[in-house]
Design a protein around this ligand. Sequence first.
Ligand code: FAD
Ligand code: SF4
Length: 482
Amino acid sequence: MEQYDAVIIGSGYGGSIPAARLAEAGMSVLVLERGPRYAAADFEQSDDPRYIQRIVDLVLSKTNVAFRTGKMVGGASIPMDGAHFRMPQRSFEVVDGLGRRYWPDVYSRAMLDPYYERAEQMLSVRQLGWTEISKAGGLFAKMLDTVGASAERARLNYTDCRQCGFCAQGCIYGKKQSLLYNYIPLAESHGAEFRAGCLVDHLEPVKGGYLVYYERFGVARHAFARRVFVAGGGIHTPALLLRSQNWLPALSSHVGEHFNNNGEHAFLGILPPEFDELSSYLCWKGMDNAGVMSFHWFDSHDFTLHPGGGIEPTVFAADFAAPDDAVLPSRAWGMPYKRFVETVYPHRIIAFSALGLAEGHRAVAIDAAGAPDMVERDRSAYDAYLDRIEVVMADLEAQTGVRLLPTVPRPLAGTTSAHLLCSCRMAESAADGVVDPDGQVFGYENLYVCDASALSFALGVNPALTISAIAERTAELAIAKG
Ligand SMILES: Cc1cc2nc3c(=O)[nH]c(=O)nc-3n(C[C@H](O)[C@H](O)[C@H](O)COP(=O)(O)OP(=O)(O)OC[C@H]3O[C@@H](n4cnc5c(N)ncnc54)[C@H](O)[C@@H]3O)c2cc1C
Ligand code: SF4
């Protein structure tokens, strides 16, 4: 039987970072990744849905949700949009209905800052210069400026970017600094093995460690390790733990609960003609992230705003959400839509998402075959959060003349996201969560979770950098523990 000091399941931020640090510390490390391994030359600048599905896992469920997550070596660092923000201190302080902090006491911005620093250096995160911001980002900032609201340059992990706009398809030029260019080579240079095409089914504790059961090329296998890190992401980590429940009976009843989409809610903005300028620049050109963001409403309304590319699918979605809108012509083929494409599309259109301190309103469960399924929970707190956003958008629309359309009808808000968080949340005790403040699963020595599922609550900003910082800390503590 194969034996390692550590087996890690999944190779996104929550998996590749401990892999690098444990291997660096001299441990033997096996990373089991269900998907294939691709290099920049394997990516395509294609919107073909068949290609997109090769690099993004679309988790669908009977309750009409479509969540996007990673499915290859490097996880969702490959299709992600590159935004890396530290979590503001205010996000650590959010309390539940009983007045208790969601985050464990030890967590604060000051405590995580050294780990943020380490992750930023590894991932080449930096604040963009003004000349790197796309036209869509500039128009977004101009819209906010009209009402006296602030916007700032985003922090991204692109170096020497060619502004071609295919970041979500995997960058063919190797300019987006995904995990393929930092933590994974660091881990491999210290002997870690990333084994692609290995779907882990479940775990079983045995004397001195864990057996990890997986399938490769249709053949059932298992490996033993003293330490196991489960890092399948916000949907697949709880599903794996739920499949392991027969062997891990002491797991907290919170596994799968509190699933949170980080308050992601997207809008399309159609700007009035007075915004039409810089005609030699086009709204759809540039990085998938438009290069700016706004904290303006964070303290008062709990959300931040993030303009992006992806305008074509956003127009499509907004048209579905508001088929009779006067400003957005129906996409049924015809002259009004041709004129719209010709005059409005290149110069007067923006897409942006709100991210915020919203409650979750779903849980991850498994079906009879052990595959993840999503179940509904109370959404009243989430709806109250959406109400707060909509009040601000209505005011912004009235003051600027920009037509602002949500990209999904209100009853479907929250049914799609790329931020899949909190489903094995970190807490002070098993009565409130699945992992302890050091990332160890309650009741199971040396079993760790430090991916998106372990976050205690929504962040209000993009999650990758916080997942990375917590993964750095969890690895450090696991190494110190020996
Ligand atoms: C299109 C897109 C754009 C995004 N843009 C941003 C952004 O700009 N900024 C930001 O901060 N965040 C962004 N995100 C979100 C961010 O990428 C994720 O939050 C982050 O990657 C989650 O890291 P993770 O390690 O938890 O999971 P993942 O990165 O999803 O990695 C999990 C890995 O585990 C593997 N796996 C799952 N189950 C098993 C199993 N049973 N056996 C073996 N392997 C398994 C998966 O194949 C996957 O590779 C984006 C996400 C997407 C999809
Ligand atoms: S816009 Fe930049 S980071 Fe995105 S795919 Fe093109 S070169 Fe790569």
